[in-house]
Design a protein around this ligand. Structure first.
Ligand code: SOE
Length: 386
């Protein structure tokens, strides 16, 4: 049991996801803040949470709050993460950490100067089967790593009438699909392999250079626009779009390994599919995010392996973040719970000089450096060092 009060900012897709995961850990959510006092109150009432903050200052002034989860749109991450750390609160920030590397570098420096936990929610690391994959690679089972390839594809922005705040550079930054989901893949494969991207070459593309925006906000992954549009007319306005829908990135890792990443939010039928294949001197590993309890183990001189999540068959760190027996699937919501478990266990120990197991601000900063290199490479159509 963690004796700590948590407040959550953001009332969209991620807010309830964070609250549910915290409650499953027995961690009380004492208050929430939305984009207006009215939204804060409505969300607090809907989620059965005691406090609804009119603004971030009121949240930070609440003595019942020791930690803050930031799930607002990206452009608010920097200032709220900075204010929370300065107010002595632990911070768990949704990715991306900030809008640019100047902001994220400042947050890394500030986090290093205070005795607080500061994390970024790269939750996919915490699928038990992927924690086991990390142990396999770092134990040397695969031998030297030669290649890391894969993709992260979705279809929720396939139509020009699909809309979300992430489409706007002003809200989410100039890079969208790569920054939103490509960074999950890049963080994950670097965490599993221990490799670091050294240089890259990117080619991005905006398929829909204009989209229909409904007046009023639309939640992430909501088909509400189509549903509502089918039953009643909702005013739509045509707006220009500059952020990329899809693209490919060639990767060179320090030490010589090579890789490729494909990202698209316009692949019909792929609802949220992160996948990778890691090729080593001795073995290969393949993961399909649509089957997050399974890991394929490729062999040269013996039959291939096929591991199904079973704590009795997983490595020690994977077992620590596995809650259910073999055959009882653990998936997306569980990955938030286990990422937060790592975060609050770290706080409970209280040694803030120890290396955290959760994704840190420094790793969130590295992802933003990668995004800036990808954008630069695409704009200049050349290889770029990170
Ligand atoms: C939308 O692309 C989204 O919700 C991302 O923002 C999340 O980080 C990802 O886990 C699922 O898709």
């Amino acid at each position: 049991m963690h004796n700590i009060g948590v407040a959550v900012t953001g009332t969209g897709f991620m807010g309830p996801t964070h609250i549910e995961a915290l409650r499953r850990l027995g961690i009380p959510v004492v208050g929430v803040m939305g984009s207006s006092p009215a939204k804060s109150r409505a969300f607090a009432e809907r989620m059965g949470i005691p406090s609804a903050y009119a603004d971030f200052d009121e949240l930070l002034a609440d003595p019942a709050v020791q930690a803050v989860h930031l799930t607002t749109p990206n452009r608010w991450h920097f200032e709220t993460a900075k204010a929370a750390l300065l107010a002595g609160k632990h911070v768990l920030c949704e990715k991306p950490l900030a809008m640019n590397s100047a902001e994220s570098a400042a947050l890394v420096k500030l986090a290093a100067s205070v005795n607080l936990a500061a994390g970024v929610n790269y939750n996919y690391r915490f699928y038990p089967i992927l924690l086991d994959a990390r142990e396999r690679v770092q134990r040397g089972d695969l031998g030297d790593i030669y290649s890391v390839v894969g993709s992260y594809v979705q279809d929720w922005l396939l139509y020009p009438t699909d809309y979300n705040w992430r489409l706007l550079a002003s809200e989410g930054g100039k890079l969208r699909a790569v920054a939103d989901i490509g960074t999950h893949w890049l963080d994950l494969v670097q965490s599993i392999t221990g490799l670091e991207v050294e240089s890259l070459c990117a080619d991005l593309h905006t398929v829909h250079t204009s989209r229909q925006r409904p007046t009023g906000e639309v939640e992430t992954f909501s088909a509400k626009v189509q549903e509502v549009a089918a039953t009643e007319t909702i005013p739509l306005e045509t707006i220009p779009i500059e952020t990329e829908d899809l693209g490919g990135v060639l990767l060179r890792f320090k030490g010589g390994a090579r890789g490729m990443l494909w990202v698209s939010q316009l692949t019909a039928g792929r609802k949220n599919r992160l996948s990778f294949e890691i090729g080593g001197a001795e073995q290969a590993l393949w993961f399909d995010g649509e089957k997050p309890n399974e890991l394929w183990i490729g062999e040269r001189n013996q039959p291939n392996g096929f591991l199904i999540k079973d704590p009795g068959l997983l490595g020690e760190s994977a077992r620590r973040y596995t809650a259910y027996p073999g055959g009882h699937a653990e998936g997306y919501p569980d990955s938030f719970k286990m990422c937060f478990k790592a975060f609050y266990d770290y706080i409970a120990v209280g040694d803030f000089s120890a290396p955290p197991f959760f994704p840190t601000f420094a790793e969130g900063h590295q992802e933003i450096l990668l995004c800036e290199a990808i954008l630069r490479s695409h704009e200049e159509q050349r290889w770029v060092r990170v």
